[in-house]
Design a protein around this ligand. Structure first.
Ligand code: SF4
Length: 399
């Protein structure tokens, strides 16, 4: 079975992965359409993890032999710079979840169909809309789409997730002529966050969402119409640094009426706190964009110039330095740094999560983190502040 490498896949203008953005801010799609794709090391790592999972899954579902699995895995290890034992462990835990779902399906439908890396077309609702489902499981009256998310920066839930729903829609559209599909199940596995989340909708619920929510917005997005709506979804927008609507939204904070009284109230500080995260991200995006333009394209910004950043001295030949100092009879402790353990993350990458925890688990501790101010909806339990602890225990202290 020859499949297109993950990194070379085409992307639809109204993609499933960008749907939370173009649904919230329809004209973003028109602005983004001619912008080049940018790659990051995280995206490359994600692509590698998908390629590895494909090797494992094809063997698990009987599409390739054990020997073919081993040949492909060894080739992957040799050629992919992102491979590590830890990646293999995480990918294996994703494959375990997929196989649990496959076995569950086979328990009721022995000939359940399992498909890997399927192009899913949802163009009946979204112009030219398509995406790739990592795994599709067809059983009885249900289709399930499973998606691997290798990132660990942002937890992603399958509930109310337009990307997953569009994949589900594509799967439904493709197989509803052959199967009597009543339910569409959508699952995201995020192995590095130890997270599995699922949403199940009836086919009617999914179609209603597609007709009433998706289609009108997709039509607007395709035509470049609708209102700009800045928000969380700007994060991966290709025009995020230069988008006027986003700039206006962020700069609106500067219009805050600071006149009277002279000091901000706690309510005003709470309002400002709610905006600083987005404001910082926006400022960083603008700075990075301007630097790239100045450096790579010679762009001039009034009042700004490109200069050489600060740099540190470095040895031209470290070995020669050590030899010379030894000749002059300096002690090794004067020449070399003491040997240092690799970080926990680096060692876990080398050993893999399981071996790391079996071997070193008892020697690892997680000290309490520094207090942080976060939004009320954050899952972490609230800490007692010093003042409330004093209020709680103050009387005892006096006893
Ligand atoms: S940056 Fe945000 S507001 Fe601007 S086009 Fe992109 S998604 Fe819309």
């Amino acid at each position: 079975m020859t499949q297109q490498p993950h990194s070379e896949r085409a992307h639809a203008r109204l993609s499933a992965s960008g749907s939370s953005r173009w649904m919230a801010c329809p004209p973003s799609a028109e602005l983004e359409k001619d912008m080049p794709d940018s790659s990051s090391v995280f995206a490359e790592e994600g692509t590698a993890a998908h390629e590895l999972s494909e090797i494992f899954l094809l063997h698990e579902i009987g599409e390739i032999s054990k020997r073919a699995r081993s040949v492909r895995l060894n080739k992957f290890k040799r050629e992919n710079e992102h491979y590590s034992q830890s990646m293999e462990d995480y990918v294996q835990s994703y494959v375990d979840v997929v196989m649990e779902r496959v076995n569950e399906a086979r328990a009721t439908t022995p000939d359940a169909l399992v498909l890997i890396e399927q192009r899913l077309d949802f163009s009946a609702w979204v112009p030219e809309g398509f995406g790739t489902g990592d795994v599709l499981i067809m059983a009885d009256d249900q289709v399930e789409v499973v998606d691997l998310k290798y990132g660990k920066g942002v937890p992603v839930s399958a509930v109310d997730n337009p990307q997953m729903r569009l994949y589900g829609l594509g799967a439904y559209d493709r197989y509803s002529l052959l199967y009597d599909i009543d339910k569409v199940r959508m699952t995201i596995v995020q192995p590095r966050l130890d997270s599995v989340s699922t949403e199940t909708l009836t086919a009617d619920e999914l179609l209603e969402w597609a007709d009433n929510e998706v289609k009108p917005k997709a039509v607007m997005a395709w035509a470049g119409e609708g209102d700009f709506q800045p928000g969380e979804h700007c994060r991966f927008c290709k025009v995020a640094p230069t988008c006027r609507a986003r700039a206006e939204e962020n700069l609106a904070m500067a219009e805050y009426d600071f006149a009277e009284p002279k000091l901000l109230s706690n309510e005003e500080i709470a309002e400002i706190l709610a905006k600083t995260g987005e404001l910082q991200k926006w400022a960083k995006d603008v700075e990075a964009y301007a630097l790239e333009q100045a450096e790579k394209h010679g762009t001039k910004f009034d009042g700004w110039k490109l200069v050489e950043g600060r740099s540190n001295r470095k040895y031209t030949d470290p070995e020669a330095v050590a030899e010379l100092l030894k000749e002059k009879e300096y002690a090794e402790t004067d020449i070399y740094k003491p040997q240092e353990l690799k970080t926990i993350t680096a060692l876990e990458k080398v050993l893999g999560k399981k071996v790391f925890s079996e071997t070193l688990g008892s020697l690892i501790e997680k000290p309490p983190g520094k207090p942080a101010l976060v939004v009320e909806t954050d899952k972490r339990p609230e800490l007692n502040s010093a003042a409330s602890a004093e209020a709680d225990f103050g009387d005892d202290l006096l006893d």
